[in-house]
Design a protein around this ligand. Structure first.
Ligand code: SF4
Length: 249
């Protein structure tokens, strides 16, 4: 597994705007890459940011597809998964399958406490009573810590996944974490992602064949019914739609 750059101060204020030296570059790249292929976008990110580039993945179909390309373009890239302790066993097994297929070792970045310690601290799990707090502690705090060591991150989000993601640029400033965010599949459809996964024989989570469309932590994910939105199975029955990694607030 490639080593991550040395840690910066993760508690430092996060800049809401990119440095002036990056602003024009990002705007131009964003326009130009709108018509580029995902491998071209990934190659641009690798060329532009080098070892300052990282990727986060929950091993969704989009993430697996990006890893398929990244393995050929820059396998030394530091890729990580937010291991909350609540993920499905199938998700963690998929990490091993990807390592076997591509030689890519995806790092597991964990919160400071185990699930047992966390639930003991709070008198039980928070995923039903306070899911925002749970995501904040077990995902957001961790990704903040990781991204403080980098200048840019890649994610697998697509614009048509949800209204929250509809305006996602291919390349832009992520004011939440103070780094550049690259979304190589932002303008792809779910159908195009799956066509490519099947054609290229990319490993994917077997839970997708059991009705799970968007897969996160096990307690907060259910299969979706025919006609439901693809993210309807996440935090079902609550108003929560995002863990906070890809929302602006
Ligand atoms: S998705 Fe659920 S279990 Fe996972 S961190 Fe968020 S609230 Fe907790």
């Amino acid at each position: 597994m490639p080593a991550a750059p040395a840690a910066a101060n993760s508690s430092a204020a996060v800049p809401s705007e990119p440095p002036s030296s990056l602003r024009l570059d990002l705007a131009q790249a964003c326009r130009r890459l709108e018509t580029a292929s995902p491998p071209e976008i990934i190659a641009w990110a690798v060329e532009r940011f080098g070892s300052r580039l990282t990727m986060a993945t929950a091993f969704g179909p989009e993430g697996c597809l990006i890893l398929h390309w990244l393995a050929a373009i820059a396998p030394q890239t530091y890729v990580f998964n937010l291991e909350t302790g609540y993920q499905f066993p199938e998700t963690l097994i998929l990490r091993d399958r990807i390592a076997a297929r591509y030689g890519l070792q995806v790092a597991l970045e964990r919160p400071d406490t185990s699930v047992a310690e966390y639930e003991h601290q709070h008198g039980g799990p928070l995923f039903r009573t306070a899911p925002d707090r749970c995501c904040g502690d077990r995902k957001l705090a961790v990704i903040r810590r990781v991204l403080a060591r980098f200048g840019a991150w890649m994610s697998g989000i697509r614009r048509d996944q949800s209204p929250d993601r509809a305006a996602a640029p291919i390349v832009g400033w992520d004011a939440k974490f103070g780094v550049v965010k690259i979304s190589p599949l932002a303008n792809w459809t779910k159908a195009r992602v799956w066509e490519t996964i099947i054609r290229e024989d990319v490993p994917y989570n077997p839970l997708h064949d059991q009705g799970y469309v968007s897969i996160g932590c096990a307690p907060c994910t259910r299969p979706v019914n025919v006609g439901e939105d693809e993210r309807a199975g996440r935090w079902s029955g609550t108003a929560k739609t995002e863990c906070g990694l890809h929302s602006r607030g």
